[in-house]
Design a protein around this ligand. Sequence first.
Ligand SMILES: NC(=O)c1ccc[n+]([C@@H]2O[C@H](COP(=O)([O-])OP(=O)(O)OC[C@H]3O[C@@H](n4cnc5c(N)ncnc54)[C@H](OP(=O)(O)O)[C@@H]3O)[C@@H](O)[C@H]2O)c1
Length: 265
Amino acid sequence: MKNTDFRARYGRWALVAGASEGLGAEFAAQLAARGLNLVLVARRKELLEQLGTQLTREYTIEVRTLPLDLGSEDIGELIEAATGDIEIGLLVYNAALSMIGPYFEISLEDHLKEIAVNCRAPLTLSYLLGQHMLKRRRGGIILMSSLSSSQGSPLITNYSATKAYNRLLAEGLWDELRAQGIDVLTCSASAVSTPGYQVSAPGRTSVSAMTPHAVVSETLAALGKKPVVIPGWTNRVANVVMQRLLPHKTAIRLMGKVLRGMYQK
Ligand SMILES: NC(=O)c1ccc[n+]([C@@H]2O[C@H](COP(=O)([O-])OP(=O)(O)OC[C@H]3O[C@@H](n4cnc5c(N)ncnc54)[C@H](OP(=O)(O)O)[C@@H]3O)[C@@H](O)[C@H]2O)c1
């Protein structure tokens, strides 16, 4: 799809949830380059404002920044109040909380926060913004998942389960909404060199991380073409091995081995 087609297909505004850095900031930049106005959501106001200033300097677009916690109970009302006067034609739900460690060494409160940010919020935003898209019979929804969601993933057990939720939510919606003019896509990324990834396990070498630019480019190119994108051909090959060739039990154990190598000293 050409840049101009992107705007014709999805309308003037996109909302990127989790836009202050990493993949979210890259989604914002690549959508700005396609001429879309942006609503940028994350907790860190200064980073959102810096990004907004940079993008409005570089492109002829409008940007609204919305500093808030996507884990909060009233997220639906907050988003509706801030965007009620504009038509959001594309939602990118990118934010995630990623708790790493043995299941019982993470508090129940933190596990539940992970559910709020990674599941409750994408459900709420895709529902509220999606119903307006349905009335207009056009729109797009991208939910970020992870290759870790294709089987149980020890030490990131709840995180990977939340990412499976996003993948399945998007896959079902892809089929429900494709005849209604709404493109839904989930991105099952493997490691990406974002600030969040680098902080989670500095110095790890077991997997080669992709750049945010490459992951976002492949994701936006896949929107409207299929329900799931796995950026990077080596990741697609690894996924075939894990999901089709190995017994499922072996795939879980292998994932556990890789993750222990990354997260346990
Ligand atoms: N990086 C990887 O290796 C990798 C691999 C597979 C899948 N993914 C998926 O890709 C997405 C982005 O990953 P990333 O590595 O770019 O993440 P990141 O560097 O940790 O950035 C996450 C973004 O989400 C925002 N965010 C987090 N919690 C929030 C909250 N409670 N309320 C509002 N905003 C919040 C952060 O901004 P604030 O801190 O300012 O709020 C930040 O902008 C995630 O969904 C992740 O699961 C990443």
